[in-house]
Design a protein around this ligand. Structure first.
Ligand SMILES: Nc1ncnc2c1ncn2[C@@H]1O[C@H](COP(=O)(O)OP(=O)(O)OP(=O)(O)O)[C@@H](O)[C@H]1O
Ligand SMILES: [Mg+2]
Length: 367
């Protein structure tokens, strides 16, 4: 398998499965080439509730434990219900398994850039190059002190992870044809071709992924382990209740409700603020790096925040983040990149936050 982060896949497949294996759930879409927009043929999601009661058990953890048995069982179940026609999978790698950076090299010919990339990669990647699969793409140019520089987005994944993902899909009768970082997938479904500098926050159960995109490219990526599960934990501790009950209260009331004598928002605030502080750090770092091209000095370079992931469903979160950063917070529906049967319509509003990564993967070959 060519890692194919950036290159298009060869062949004439007209249908792919986009599969996002999160820490607590799996999302799958089947997408077919369309005359205009790609067509959604099928979708499904399966949450593993085991992680709530046995909080050390997630289906994927940043400790790199990949609970293959559980993932295989969940995938088999999803596949048996969905019966997809395609077996070709484009899957995402969680950002914590992907090394990526933006390098700036003096502008040179494509040929010389290719030659110097091996050397450059060695400076940035903390692993022997024989152990990793590399890919890179030019994403921009700028002038610094009269010299023209090109910006190169460099991405690396250990071969071990590539092999594990391949073997996982083989076990359920599917073929992995490309792997991609979840940030790139969500940019495709949420902010493709948008020139506006945008910060995308994907609040999952166990990790929050922050990606900054400008001109349609990923420019900055970071993550934190403070995520939606942290909010449930704070409620459970604060009210001395089970995590399942806390989870239910979080989902029902969000930042807008009370839990007896307490405002639930007060209980969740320390975890929520930990997420916000990572967002603030990402913004500052990005603006310190690229701020010199600010059109109007003193104005933020970033113009908006897109919230996604199950954690973005928290009631009241948009307003809170908007107030904290003074930027508009928007939710974008990733299903709007697709054509689909009207009958699927009603529940899409309910679930669209979960599907930005899977849809980004599913439409990858059809744009
Ligand atoms: N209405 C809601 N309000 C608040 N949180 C919610 C709501 N609905 C779902 N969530 C939270 O969304 C989280 C799951 O989101 P998602 O499916 O994006 O995570 P994941 O992709 O499995 O995890 P990760 O991205 O960390 O690997 C859960 O922690 C859940 O509590
Ligand atoms: Mg996720």
């Amino acid at each position: 398998m060519a890692l194919g982060f950036f290159s298009s896949l060869f062949g004439k497949n007209d249908r792919y499965l986009g599969i996002d294996i999160g820490t607590t759930s799996i999302k799958l879409v089947e997408v077919e080439r369309g005359k205009g927009l790609p067509v959604l043929k099928n979708y499904g999601m399966l949450e593993s509730y085991g992680y709530l009661e046995r909080s050390n058990e997630v289906i994927q953890a940043s400790s790199l434990k990949f609970y293959e048995k559980e993932v295989v069982a969940l995938l088999n179940y999803l596949l048996s219900r969905m019966k997809p026609r395609s077996h070709q999978v484009i899957a995402s790698l969680p950002s914590f398994l992907v090394f990526n950076t933006i390098l700036e090299l003096p502008l040179m010919s494509q040929e010389d850039t290719v030659k110097s990339m091996g050397y450059q990669a060695r400076q940035y990647i903390p692993l022997p190059l024989t152990d990793v699969t590399l890919d890179w793409l030019k994403v921009g140019e700028r002038e610094i002190n009269g010299i023209r520089f090109q910006q190169i987005f460099l991405i690396a994944v250990t071969n071990e992870h590539v092999e594990r993902y391949k073997s996982l899909f083989k076990k359920v009768g599917l073929k992995l044809v490309a792997l991609e970082s979840e940030s790139l997938a969500s940019i495709r479904s949420l902010a493709l071709k948008d020139a506006v500098p945008t910060l995308i926050v994907d609040i999952g159960a166990r990790s929050t992924n922050i990606a900054i995109t400008e001109g349609g490219y990923l420019r900055f990526n970071s993550q934190t382990d403070f995520a939606s599960f942290s909010l449930s934990q704070s409620i459970a501790q604060g009210l001395n209740i089970t995590i399942s009950r806390a989870e239910e209260m979080k989902r029902r009331h969000g930042l807008l409700g009370t839990g007896g004598d307490y405002e639930l928002s007060t209980l969740m605030m320390s975890s929520l603020d930990a997420i916000l502080s990572e967002i603030g750090r990402a913004m500052n770092e990005y603006e310190a790096r690229y701020g010199n091209t600010l059109a109007v000095s003193g104005k933020r370079r970033l113009e908006r925040i897109i919230l996604t992931g199950g954690g973005a469903k928290l009631r009241g979160i948009e307003k809170y983040i908007e107030e904290q950063f003074g930027l508009p917070v928007v939710k974008v529906n990733p299903f709007s990149r697709l054509l689909f049967d009207e009958q699927m319509g009603p529940i899409i509003e309910e679930i669209n936050s979960y599907f930005s990564v899977a849809i980004g993967l599913g439409i990858r070959q059809f744009l």
